[in-house]
Write a protein that binds this ligand. Structure first.
Ligand code: TMP
Length: 204
């Protein structure tokens, strides 16, 4: 059984819904499951989420943004992910360091080597066992974002060009054929996507 599972994708790809559906499924199958997300868990995480994403009245330098997401991750891994894994939980994380590579490396166009070093350092050596990348064309994802009731965060409000670069960053990563990354077709219904993801866990 894979213990550390991450979900990735552009905003509007439906990954949060899928992370929750998988968490429910694994819990019902008798596993101890901890569902978490980045950024925003723990006290520091909440603070960072509020400052980076929710508040739009200050402009954040791209390097400051990179440091904040990485600070959130290091604390999240230390405070929550590692202890839960040690306690035998399956940890499902909605976004992890691949988001930093795609958003800060490609989206913000910061030197990819620097972003890579910071993103890996911030994980404290904790690598996902499996990562589901929800694949959806950017225009379709942006349409979904438009249709949502909840208020848009700082990233949601970025230009479609920014979201296209983020997607390109993810595609670059996928092109490296990293075995843990599974590309999931996310233009179908949530139920169909969930069934495809469940297929990776065999009979539970
Ligand atoms: P979400 O919780 O709705 O996915 O929003 C989180 C946003 O933060 C999303 O737009 C992606 C962004 N983000 C980064 O830019 N870098 C990161 O390292 C992480 C974890 C998230």
């Amino acid at each position: 059984m894979r213990k550390f599972i991450t979900f990735e994708g552009v905003d509007g790809s439906g990954k949060s819904t899928q992370a929750k559906l998988l968490a429910d499924y694994l819990s019902r199958s008798g596993n101890k499951v901890f569902l978490t997300r980045e950024p925003g868990e723990g006290r520091l995480g909440e603070l960072i989420r509020t400052e980076i994403l929710d508040r739009k009245d200050i402009s954040i330098d791209p390097y400051a943004e990179l440091c904040l997401f990485c600070a959130d991750r290091a604390q999240h891994v230390r405070e929550l992910i590692l202890p839960k894994l040690r306690d035998g939980y399956t940890v499902i994380c909605d976004r992890y360091y691949d988001s930093t590579l795609a958003y800060q490396g490609s989206g913000r166009e910061i030197d990819p080597d620097l972003v890579h070093r910071m993103a890996t350092a911030s994980s404290l050596g904790v690598e996902p066992d499996i990562t589901f990348f929800l694949s959806i064309p950017v225009p379709q994802a942006l349409l979904r974002l438009e249709g949502r009731q909840k208020e848009k965060n700082r990233m949601d409000e970025e230009s479609s060009e920014f979201h296209r670069r983020v997607d390109e960053g993810y595609r670059h990563l996928i092109g490296k054929k990293i075995p843990r990354i599974k590309v999931i077709e996310a233009t179908v219904s949530p139920g169909e996507i969930h069934m495809e993801i469940r297929g990776f866990f065999g009979e539970l």
